[in-house]
Design a protein around this ligand. Structure first.
Ligand code: PLP
Length: 330
């Protein structure tokens, strides 16, 4: 059972699968029917942005890497929260940029004051909201504050991979205002398309242009068509947000009732548990019970990340977790 990679067990919607079936026979051409342009226009219309403020990619990993490569260098650092999603940090290593990690606040939000103050030569300040691995939120007020107070010459890279799973406002309006930020979105999470691949970056055209030298690949038309079909279903996001949210709330309530320590107030499809013992050993013991849970982060070796699966999967998780935690010392 896989609750280790923040995927969506519901998978792509029926409409997305139908769209894939519709365009698959056209796959001998790069993009005969202009699927990616149609998707770009749909995203733009739904988010109040001009199409030139949107760049579609096969997932959000590419624009995440490219943004870091474009805006960091040996003299332009990468500032990130700790713990947070590490892919940007790995790209910063390729840039030979200085990497500055700032711990989360006591409420497990990004410490925007510390991030902004970290380095006058910052190139990228990376804000993952909600944060992976903790699932915790940083308020829009804090993000706006960071934008207004960040060092000149830096950009905010706001990774909203999990934003649809929360009730928090997003930051696309700040993009429309022409601010110094790039927002990353993916269809891998709430839309259940991790294996199909689609995502996008939203930003001022001059910022998005800086990503282009790092790679301009054609989109899989299946990804573009499935993404557009997903966006055109107004019920998909609210239904899935409720379904995943209900399962998360139930699992976290169970953990707390049983005396286990959940970190912060997670608002997405993952959360961390401070197990009070070696997190890797807990992962291995869960694996032995056929429940794959997510991993530890170096700053918190006793904490494990768990992704929210179906209610049935979380029922199996509860049984296995209790057996591991109440069993012989690891
Ligand atoms: N950003 C965050 C915060 C993630 O957790 C992930 C995947 O887990 C990604 C980006 C990359 O996702 P993808 O390339 O599938 O869009």
């Amino acid at each position: 059972m896989l609750i280790n990679a923040n995927e969506n067990p519901l998978g792509p919607s029926k409409a997305a699968c139908d769209a894939i079936a519709r365009v698959a026979p056209l796959g001998g051409r790069y993009d005969l029917t202009g699927e990616t342009e149609l998707l770009t226009k749909t995203i733009a219309a739904q988010s109040g942005l001009k199409p030139e403020f949107i760049a579609v990619y096969a997932g959000s990993s590419e624009p995440l890497h490219y943004s870091v490569l474009a805006f960091t260098s040996p003299t332009k650092s990468f500032v990130t929260a700790d713990p947070s999603y590490e892919a940007g940090m790995f790209a910063a290593r390729t840039s030979q940029a200085k990497i500055i990690k700032t711990p989360l606040t006591s409420a497990f939000a990004h410490d925007v004051k510390a991030m902004v103050a970290a380095d006058a030569q910052a190139g990228v300040i990376y804000i993952c909201n909600p944060n992976n691995p903790t699932g915790t939120l940083t308020t829009k007020k804090d993000i706006v504050w960071a934008l207004e107070n960040k060092p000149a010459g830096s950009i905010l890279l706001v990774d909203e991979a999990y934003i649809h799973l929360t009730d928090e406002p997003d930051t696309l309006d700040l993009v429309a205002q022409g601010k110094d930020l790039i927002v990353l979105r993916t269809f891998s999470k709430i839309y259940g398309m991790a294996g199909i691949r689609c995502g996008f970056a939203a930003g001022r055209p001059d910022l998005l242009a800086k990503l282009k030298p790092f790679g301009q690949n054609a989109m899989p038309i299946t990804g573009s068509a499935a993404a557009r079909a997903s966006l055109e279903d107004p019920k998909l996001v609210p239904e899935r947000r409720k379904m995943i949210g209900d399962t998360r709330r139930d699992t976290i309530a169970w953990l707390k009732t049983n005396g286990y320590k959940v970190i912060g107030d997670p608002q997405t499809n993952c959360f961390m548990i401070d197990t009070g013992r070696n997190g890797r050993a807990v992962m291995a013991a869960m694996k032995a019970r056929n429940v794959m849970i997510g991993r530890t982060w170096p700053i918190w070796p006793n904490a494990v990340r768990v992704s929210v699966g179906t209610p049935e999967e979380m029922a199996a998780f509860k049984v296995a977790f209790k057996a591991v935690m109440d069993g012989p010392p690891l």
